[in-house]
Design a protein around this ligand. Structure first.
Ligand code: UDP
Ligand code: MG
Length: 332
């Protein structure tokens, strides 16, 4: 297969992962289309259906009838936001690729500013940086705050506190990302870590236009695990330090035990034994768990299973909207 850059025929690709976004998709298209039409460049919109079980796909196919630049890449099952994004980046053919959420929390109007900046300043990445998150829930803001604080310390100072997945990347960056062997890259960390020249565009985070968030706490925890283990062996060092600490504690306990024995002490302290066993058991389990987390990732990487499978891409095959009435897919 020739490299993507050789088959590129559009200036801009807009990649949007969508999971059960039936309620948001009309609003999204209505606002995105005039913006892209007004840019005066050739473009494609790659809507990646991440295994939606509602009528997202059939609606996208209907909308496509009236908007040929809208391309639908449908995945066989729900693989999560980052992996859906990965599928979109692989399919995108543009010289520049913008990734944007489907719920209009990232304003499409900013895309023009990003493209202009990438061209005028000749940079490879333009980050959308949230200047205001007041529309996010207090819970979301706080958890996001903790996440970025942790990432800056563990991964590096180049992680911007307010840059999510709304960004523009040049073809060079996208080609590099597509070559990464990592099974589950976290793009908001990987992209800045590559060190390409970059600029920022500030935007106000709006409220989700319709539907519910697709990022419940469990997914946020998973993203955090992927982020940490994808970038840092620091947790393994925590295991080592806990081990050292428990060893020192054991030495102290041994000494006190010996003193008690030498002084003809009565029944050896049950409490201290009890505590020592519990403490050591706990620390050992933590260390084992941390090791297991990394071993698990090595295991998954060696399996090299495809992280996603494309069911169809409207660029190569055109399914009829009727086929995708919405509920034919088993729940993820
Ligand atoms: N999304 C996805 N697959 C998932 C979860 C989410 O493709 O498994 C998409 C979703 O449709 C949206 C984007 O990822 O376009 C961001 O999700 P959401 O807006 O629900 O997250 P939040 O803004 O609440 O963090
Ligand atoms: Mg959102």
């Amino acid at each position: 297969m020739p490299p993507q850059s050789l088959v590129s025929s559009v200036t801009l690709s807009v990649v949007t992962p969508m999971f059960n976004e039936r309620e948001a998709v009309d609003h999204f298209v209505a606002r995105l289309r005039p913006v892209l039409d007004g840019l005066g460049v050739s473009y494609e919109v790659v809507a990646v259906d991440d295994g939606s079980t509602d009528a997202t796909v059939s609606r996208l196919l209907q909308l496509r009838a009236d908007w040929p630049e809208l391309r639908v890449v449908s995945l066989r099952r729900n693989v999560g936001h980052q992996t859906a994004l990965r599928a979109g980046l692989r399919s995108a053919r543009g010289d520049y690729v913008v990734s944007i959420d489907a719920d209009l929390q990232d304003p499409p109007e900013t895309i023009g500013e990003m493209l202009a900046k990438a061209r005028s300043e000749n940079v490879d990445v333009v980050y959308g940086v949230r200047s205001d998150r007041s529309t996010d829930t207090v819970f979301k803001r706080n958890t996001a705050g903790v996440y970025y604080w942790m990432m800056r310390r563990m991964v590096g100072p180049w992680v911007s506190d307010q840059a999510g997945d709304f960004r523009l990347m040049s073809r060079t960056v996208v080609d590099v990302l597509n070559e990464l062997p990592e099974p589950r890259p976290v793009y908001r960390l990987v992209v800045p870590s590559l060190g390409f020249s970059s600029a920022e565009v500030a935007y106000v985070r709006e409220e989700r236009v319709a539907g519910q968030t697709k990022y419940p706490l469990s997914r946020m925890i998973r993203l955090t695990f992927d982020s940490v283990t994808g970038f840092s062996a620091a947790p393994l060092k925590i295991a080592t330090w806990l081990g050292v600490l428990s060893f020192v504690l054991c030495l102290v306990l041994i000494v006190t035990g010996l003193i008690a024995w030498a002084s003809g002490g009565v029944v050896p302290g049950w409490t201290s034994l009890y505590i020592a066993v519990l403490l050591l058991g706990g620390i050992q389990l933590i260390c084992l768990g941390l090791l297991g987390e990394y071993v698990g990732r090595i295991y998954m990487a060696t399996q090299s299973r495809p992280p996603f499978l494309v069911a169809f891409d409207t660029e190569t095959s055109v399914p009829s909207p009727v086929e995708f009435a919405g509920s034919q897919r088993p729940a993820a």
